[in-house]
Design a protein around this ligand. Structure first.
Ligand code: PEP
Ligand code: MN
Length: 374
């Protein structure tokens, strides 16, 4: 039947030519993909250069105004078939990816950033204490200096356990101006005397840059409290000092803000910075703050600075200090900070979280029983 034969022939001819057309169209798509890829990467390279120029001008990378202008221009030029909405979504994604790349690139150039896996800052003190050195060190002492007897008792207990750094706050940042504000310079003198007697180094909070010259006479390292983490004038002033600076994370600070605060100190010339995670504010009501333990491995990954975990202010309660201490020990941190007072119940500040000497010794036993490197 010629008719049927002809139809069959024409059917298969159509099938063959459709397959060819499909292949031909696909062959057109593949190089377009490669063109888009090349253009995206070219765009990214130019954006990185823009980022570097902006950085040298001291300006932030994200410019919402510029982004809005580019989107408007694209919508104006768009002839379809993609809708303007789709074009906006696609380009917004490109902008987002570019910004992330610029930020990553900018971080590579900051001093805080770890550049090689084996880059570690080790901070050494006169009495042999080394922070950031694979060992796990303890910083301990009362919340505030209250008397010589108090500091002497604590210093003796610390030295007995091999602790090399005592905290002794002369100035206390308190919520209420009517609460005990610290003994001031007198307290620092006491801390220094007690520390000298037992071969300890002293660290104390510097609440204001005007206090730096006076405090320099008594302390071995400066301490920046959570409330002052973003006080750029104070950070810059400490960046001009030759003694190490311990920087606490603000209770509302992201890790990015935290490392940039450290950058202020380093960029001003002082490379000896110690980071301290001290808990952040969350909806949790059973602790004073929430210990963000994930900050430890993340900061270790991003920075080369020593990281210490404050197990006292993060929880605000002594009954869980011990498990938090053990968690800190295995977190990869370089040490922990704990408040210790001969008689915490009558402490002038932070009475609920300070450990008595027995509790401190128990904590030390438990931490020492955990071996290994983390
Ligand atoms: C402190 O360590 O005594 C203190 C006041 O801590 P923070 O600054 O973290 O509140
Ligand atoms: Mn305290």
């Amino acid at each position: 039947m010629p008719g049927t034969g002809k139809e069959m022939l024409s059917g298969s001819t159509i099938a063959v030519s459709e397959t060819n057309r499909l292949q031909e169209l696909r062959d057109q798509i593949d190089p377009i993909n490669l063109d888009i890829l090349a253009l995206l990467n070219k765009r990214a390279e130019i954006a990185l250069e823009i980022g570097q120029v902006l950085q040298s001008m001291g300006t932030v990378h994200y410019d919402p105004q510029r982004e809005a202008e580019m989107l408007t221009a694209l919508q104006y030029a768009n002839e379809g078939p993609f809708s303007n909405e789709t074009i906006s979504k696609l380009f917004s994604e490109i902008f987002r990816a570019t910004l992330a790349l610029e930020e990553q690139d900018a971080r590579q150039t900051i001093l805080v950033q770890r550049k090689r896996p084996d880059q570690h800052t080790i901070i050494e003190f006169d009495n042999g204490l080394r922070l950031g050195n694979d060992s796990f060190e303890i910083i301990a002492g009362p919340c505030a200096v209250e008397s010589y007897e108090q500091m002497d008792t604590v210093a003796a207990a610390l030295a007995e356990r091999g602790v090399k750094m005592i905290r002794g706050m002369g100035y206390k940042p308190r919520t209420s101006p009517y609460d005990f504000q610290g003994m001031g310079e007198e307290g620092l003198k006491i801390a220094r005397r007690a520390a000298n007697k037992y071969g300890l180094v002293v660290i104390s909070e510097v609440l204001d840059m005007s206090l730096i010259p006076m405090m320099d006479e008594y302390v071995d390292a400066f301490w920046v409290g959570a409330r002052n983490m973003q006080n750029s004038f104070l950070l810059r002033a400490l960046g001009k000092q030759s003694k190490p600076v311990l920087l606490k994370r603000g209770f509302g600070a992201t890790l990015k803000e935290f490392i940039y605060a450290a950058e202020y100190i380093m960029a001003s010339g002082n490379q000896q910075v110690i980071l301290m995670e001290r808990g952040i504010r969350t909806f949790s009501q059973w602790t004073r703050n929430t210990l963000d333990i994930s900050a430890v491995p993340l900061l270790k990954q991003e920075t080369h600075l020593p990281i210490i975990v404050d197990i006292s202010h993060s929880a605000g309660r002594r009954d869980i200090a011990n498990p938090l201490g053990r968690v800190a020990r295995v977190s990869g941190a370089d040490g922990l900070m704990v408040e210790v007072h001969p008689n915490p119940d009558v402490a002038m500040s932070d009475a609920k979280q300070q450990l008595n000497l027995d509790q401190f010794n128990q904590l030390m036993d438990d931490i020492e029983s955990i071996g290994g490197r983390y």
